[in-house]
Design a protein around this ligand. Structure first.
Ligand SMILES: Nc1ncnc2c1ncn2[C@@H]1O[C@H](COP(=O)(O)OP(=O)(O)OP(=O)(O)O)[C@@H](O)[C@H]1O
Ligand SMILES: [Mg+2]
Length: 355
């Protein structure tokens, strides 16, 4: 941190609020980690630049600094739409304070709070509460079905041995096969109750593995585009569970695009992200983006709940299982429809490596 400022940079750096410090020449002196995360820029790249050079699509910072220098007092603005890039807009609350030395405003301190974050955290918490209740009732039901199922299957096997008319074997086979199918279905519902067994895991290795599985499952050519950040470190996670979650999302994408579409896999590190009420300094974001039609509107709000499906042959478990597996790692899966593309984002905390 070589920047010189009237305000100790070390203090600003450790704040969870996004803070930018501009000189009176409008050049950025410093942006802290929270600011880098919120505005998707890096201090090393943008310090010394003017707001216009950093955000050519938005005049907000330029006007705010000008106003603060002109009025000489703190300005507060709420619900400002910040166009960071053509396809990236955020809503922020903002406080702009001129910093005086000998009655001259030498620097301008800009504090930003993500205005959507609170709403997002509330939505996540609600979704989690409903999902946990759904999970408990589904698991209770699953146990109740599983026990008599063993009895039904066993009785059908005994009956099979006693049958003299071998034509009737067809019926006992149906009982046995359908019992097995139901048991597999219930086992899938119950997989998420296992606690993660964590070890060092590389997310790109997992993605490559899942792509190879999905390619083997499909006879037609699948078009994958990869945009990986090679600097992403290994994390401590349950490899099998992460594979399961990614597989469920990629299978859905394959089903959505048909024969022609493309699936993009993108990985990035994000800073200062709140998940499950916990502020994470660093997380991995894994985006699975397809150019299919997206979740049908009539099921969109409930798509992460068990047994909600938009496909005739679907069981409606894929997304709810994936969400539970990622949540048990302290992470989250988000869905968003953006510019005719379907975005599923897996957010996974990195800090767990040190635990
Ligand atoms: N990438 C996607 N594009 C479009 N729709 C999707 C996508 N992912 C999920 N969906 C919709 O959400 C529904 C729920 O998905 P989910 O994976 O939970 O269940 P499913 O795919 O129907 O069954 P399964 O249990 O076999 O995964 C799907 O039926 C589909 O309608
Ligand atoms: Mg599915």
């Amino acid at each position: 941190m070589s920047q010189s400022s009237l305000i100790p940079i070390r203090i600003i750096e450790n704040l969870a609020t996004a803070v930018l410090l501009f000189g009176k020449d409008f050049k950025l002196i410093f942006i802290n980690s929270a600011g880098e995360g919120l505005l998707s820029v890096s201090n090393n790249r943008v310090s010394g630049m003017t707001p216009k050079q950093i955000w050519p699509n938005s005049s907000f910072f330029y006007e705010a600094i000008q106003r603060a220098l002109h009025t000489g007092s703190t300005c507060v603005e709420r619900g400002i739409d910040l166009q960071l890039a053509i396809d990236h807009k955020i809503k922020v609350d903002c406080m702009i304070t001129p910093v005086f030395i000998n009655d001259v405003a030498e620097e301008i301190l800009v504090e930003l709070v993500d205005a959507d974050a609170f709403v997002r955290v509330m939505q996540e918490t609600n979704q989690q509460t409903v999902q946990e209740a759904a999970k408990e009732s589904v698991q209770g039901m699953a146990h109740e079905i599983k026990n008599p199922l063993g009895g039904i299957r066993g009785a059908a096997q005994l009956l099979e041995r006693e049958l003299e008319n071998k034509d009737l074997l067809e019926y006992t086979q149906i009982i046995i096969n359908e019992s097995d199918r139901l048991r597999n279905f219930i086992d899938r519902m119950l997989t998420t109750s296992n606690q993660p067994v964590k070890s060092d895991m590389n997310i790109h290795e997992v993605l490559e593995y899942v792509v190879s599985v999905v390619r083997a499952e499909n006879s037609h050519q699948l078009n994958f585009k990869k945009d990986y950040d090679p600097s992403i470190p290994d994390i401590k996670a349950d490899r099998e569970q992460i594979i399961q979650a990614v597989l469920n999302l990629i299978r859905n994408a394959v089903q959505a695009i048909g024969d022609e579409g493309t699936i993009k896999l993108k990985t990035r590190i994000k800073r200062q992200v709140t998940i499950q009420n916990k502020l994470n300094r660093h997380i991995i974001e894994i985006d699975i983006i397809d150019d299919g039609p997206g979740i049908p509107p009539e099921i969109e709000s409930g798509a992460f709940f068990p047994l909600v499906t938009g496909r005739a042959e679907g069981t409606g478990l894929g997304l709810s299982i994936a969400q539970q597996l990622i949540q048990s790692h302290g992470g989250l899966i988000n869905y968003e429809r953006r510019e005719s593309n379907t975005h599923f984002s897996i957010l996974l905390p990195i800090e767990q490596c040190d635990e």
